[in-house]
Ligand binder design. Structure first.
Ligand code: TYM
Length: 348
């Protein structure tokens, strides 16, 4: 598949609008925070229209215990707000409350080609060896993701590295729809992958992504971890015996060291180069405590605020309901126009 080529002014007719989503499948990690949440807040504060979604329909592509899903959805909402998303300035909601996602998702199942889906690496990773037993939803997942984005005519999609292929598929779906129906109806959205931590790696293995599904809890920092747990996980993080180099090239074949430097840079808002300049020649005996202090200082207020918010689940549900109503108001006319373009009668 070739990601759709966009003419420079292809999205000029569309107001800049950001959409992104996070799955409520288990707790969120430092990877979700640095690769997504923290950047979502920056985008909101730049004054761009921002729509953020807790994608519960995506989560059920693998089995979810109903009570745990409800809890994880509220916890994700609490994480957004605790990290700095203002549910008045941004639209914040859970996907299943806006049925247009599922409707446009079906339409895109009929636009996307099997060949495109067969190339999705995340499906291969998640389905593993037993792909015959994976749900059909897991396979169709990227076309629902395209629907999430295009339902709002979003032009920019901030994500971590691992979602790039899905956003490229979204571009292909938008371009094929526009081409097949001879319209310029959908924008061709840009993935926005920027900053020092677009791919935060496991603390146990610098070649593997930090992930909520890793069996080892030591491999990740959870947004619900206590200050002690965060400091202990950083102290025990795998590293090599060498001191930190004096330039970034010296980290090339040192994935664990590079990961910790990138985490430090993303948490402090500096570049990796600036962090290296500060710690050049020092060993991990000095660097790890500094990183642990920084991580605790940045994450503890978020965890505390999440706990406070979680004490009032009715208020979280109210916020999600309000966000869903606002999302629906944007989505409905776009879905209606899509159906009309395709020749579906709308007469009630
Ligand atoms: P999910 O729930 O796996 O992850 C949410 C966001 O966190 C980023 N992320 C990371 N970034 C850096 N390092 C890591 N170790 C790391 N782990 C996760 C992800 O890149 C993502 O940005 N399919 C999406 C959810 C989704 C979506 C959408 C995103 C559904 N519809 C529409 C954008 C637009 C997913 O499973 O993300």
């Amino acid at each position: 598949m070739q990601a759709a080529e966009v003419k420079a002014d292809q999205n000029a007719a569309f107001a800049p609008r950001i959409f992104s989503g996070i799955q409520p499948s288990g707790g969120l990690t430092l990877g979700n925070y640095l690769g997504a949440l923290k950047r979502f807040v920056e985008k909101q504060n730049e004054g761009i229209e921002t729509i953020y979604c807790i994608v519960d329909l995506h989560a059920i592509t693998v089995w979810q215990d109903p009570e745990k899903l409800r809890h994880a959805t509220r916890e994700a909402a609490a994480a957004f707000i605790a990290a700095g998303i203002d549910p008045v300035r941004s639209v914040l909601f859970n996907q299943s409350q806006v049925s247009a996602h599922a409707e446009l998702g079906w339409i895109f199942n009929c636009v996307a080609r099997l060949g495109w889906m067969n190339r999705m690496t995340q499906f291969k990773d998640k389905a593993g060896k037993n792909s015959e037993n994976a749900s059909l939803g897991l396979y169709a997942y990227p076309s629902l993701m395209a629907a999430d984005i295009l339902l709002y005519h979003a032009t920019m999609v901030p994500v971590g590295e691992d979602q790039k292929q899905h956003v490229e598929l979204t571009r292909d779906i938008a371009a094929k729809f526009n081409h097949d129906y001879k319209v310029d109806f959908f924008p061709v959205p840009e993935p926005v992958i920027e900053g020092a931590a677009t791919r935060v790696m496991s603390l146990r293995d610098g070649t593997k992504k930090m992930s909520k599904s890793d069996p080892s809890d030591q491999s990740r920092i959870n947004l619900t971890d206590s200050a002690d747990a965060i400091a202990q996980k950083i102290r025990k993080a795998r590293t090599d015996p060498e001191p930190l180099p004096d330039n970034i090239d010296g980290l090339k074949d040192r994935p664990e060291a590079r990961n910790l430097v990138n985490i430090y840079a993303a948490l402090s808002g500096e570049t990796a180069e600036a962090v290296i300049a500060q710690f050049a020649g020092q060993g991990f005996g000095a660097f790890k405590p500094a990183l642990a202090d920084l991580a605790v200082a940045k994450l503890e207020p978020i965890t505390t605020e999440m706990t406070r918010l979680m004490a009032d689940p009715a208020e979280i549900d109210r916020i999600l309901g309000d966000g869903a109503r606002r999302a629906d108001e944007i989505a409905q006319p776009i879905l209606a126009r899509t159906l009309d373009i395709m020749g579906m009668i709308r007469s009630r």
